[in-house]
Structures are given as C-alpha cells and as structure tokens.
Design a protein around this ligand. Structure first.
Ligand SMILES: *[C@@H]1O[C@H](CO)[C@@H](O)[C@H](O)[C@H]1NC(C)=O
Length: 221
C-alpha cells in the first residue's frame, strides 16, 4: 500500500527534475550557439575608445558621458538603468546595466570602497576599461599581481580565473560577449548564499530580463 502511494509522487519529482534539466540545457546550448554564430551588435574597440576619452572627467560626468556616447555610437541598443549592488566571489560592487541581450552586455561597474575576491570563471569573454581608480589582478598560475589604472583595458578570457582587488573609487566600462545567462548564477552567488539580499537578486534578474525582452522585441539576440 505504502509503496503504491509513494510511487507516483516519486515519478512526478523525477519528471520535474528532468524537465528543468532539459530546459536549462536547451537555454544553455541555444545561447552558446547564438553567441558563436551571430555577429556581435557592439564593437569592443569603439567601447574601449569611448571609455578612454572619459577618463579625465569627474566620476558622475564620466558615467553620463559614456552612456551618451554609447547611445550615439550604438543607437537603439542602450537602455535606461539604475545602480544595483552585486555580491559575488567575496567582493561587493555596483553595476549599471546599459545593454543586455542573450549574447552581449555593456555595463558600468565599480566600487566606492576597497574590495577584493575571486573574479569568477565564466563561459563569456569580458573586456574592462578603467575610467578611474586602481585595479590589482593576480592571474592563475602566476605568483605576482599586475596593477591597472585609468585608461587601461583588461581582457578576461572565458574560463580564466583571477584574484581581483579594486581600490576605493574604482569604476570601469565593461563589455562581455558569450552566453550571458551562464554568468548569472555567479553574479548572484553571494547574494543567494551569503548576504541573502533577495531584493538585489530580484532587481538584477528583473533588469536583465527586461533588457533581454527589449532586445528580442527589436529582433536582437
Ligand atoms: C565626452 O567627453 C569627451 C572628452 O571630454 C568629449 O570630447 C565629448 O564631447 C563628450 N561627449 C558628450 C556626449 O558629452
């Protein structure tokens, strides 16, 4: 009797787990294929040059300047946004999403106070151009760190990992290409398992979701 009643129950859980796994695999594979075979909407060198031109401006003016210049260079791709905290890899920062789709994102990122931790090991390629401040990076397999300052661009290739340390008042323009969804779990990791800041998780998922939909509506993937 007991076996008979618990069996359908067990089967339905297996069914749900199977469905979720299938759905995740589908999204994962689809976004890898899209990221590999669709041409990028952004030019990473144009993004870098826009950041380089803004390095001497005061902080808030630099942010405004960069988003206006991006709007001019990539019309229809830059969206309204707001600063949202991000806790991941032991560090704490803030990001201002300017564009996000299934295959690319552009954002302002930085920190007002000194912070450090693990860069994250992503399936996407990331390019950071420092607008101001100081960034120490210790790469895997080395025994020393490298110092970057305003105007420098740091390339973080997919599947690489580094130790990162940002001094106070360090800000950058970041561009990434690849299956963006794969980086979301790391971006939310400390908010989930350390700070339990559910509001930050909600805001992050909401803004990413909104921009992906905005992009899809314009037939951008
Ligand atoms: C951004 O700053 C640069 C350098 O100061 C300037 O040449 C450019 O006109 C500014 N762009 C906007 C849209 O304010």
């Amino acid at each position: 009797m007991k076996v008979a009643s618990s069996l359908p129950h067990r089967v339905s859980w297996i069914g749900i787990a199977f469905f979720v796994t299938l759905l995740c695999s589908f999204i994962w594979v689809t976004s890898i294929i899209l990221a590999t075979f669709t041409p990028p909407k952004f030019d990473k060198d144009v993004i870098r040059k826009i950041a380089e031109r803004a390095v001497d401006l005061p902080r808030e003016e630099a942010f405004r300047n960069v988003s206006k210049e991006l709007q001019a260079a990539f019309p229809q791709l830059i969206y309204d946004s707001k600063w949202i905290f991000i806790n991941a890899g032991g560090w704490m920062g803030s990001f201002y999403l300017l564009h996000a789709s299934l295959t690319e994102y552009v954002l302002l990122f930085g920190t007002a106070i000194e912070t450090s931790g693990h860069s994250g090991r992503y399936w996407i390629d990331i390019y950071d151009t420092l607008l101001r401040g100081t960034f120490y990076q210790w790469s895997e397999g080395t025994t020393h760190y490298v110092t970057y300052s305003a105007g420098d661009t740091i390339y973080h290739p997919r599947l690489s990992a580094t130790a990162v340390h940002w001094k106070e008042d360090t800000w950058m323009l970041e561009y990434a290409r690849g299956p963006i969804i794969s980086s979301l779990l790391f971006a939310l990791s400390d908010s989930m398992f350390s700070t339990q800041d559910w509001l930050t998780i909600y805001k992050s998922v909401q803004i990413y979701g909104r921009m992906v939909i905005q992009s899809l509506i314009r037939f951008q993937i």
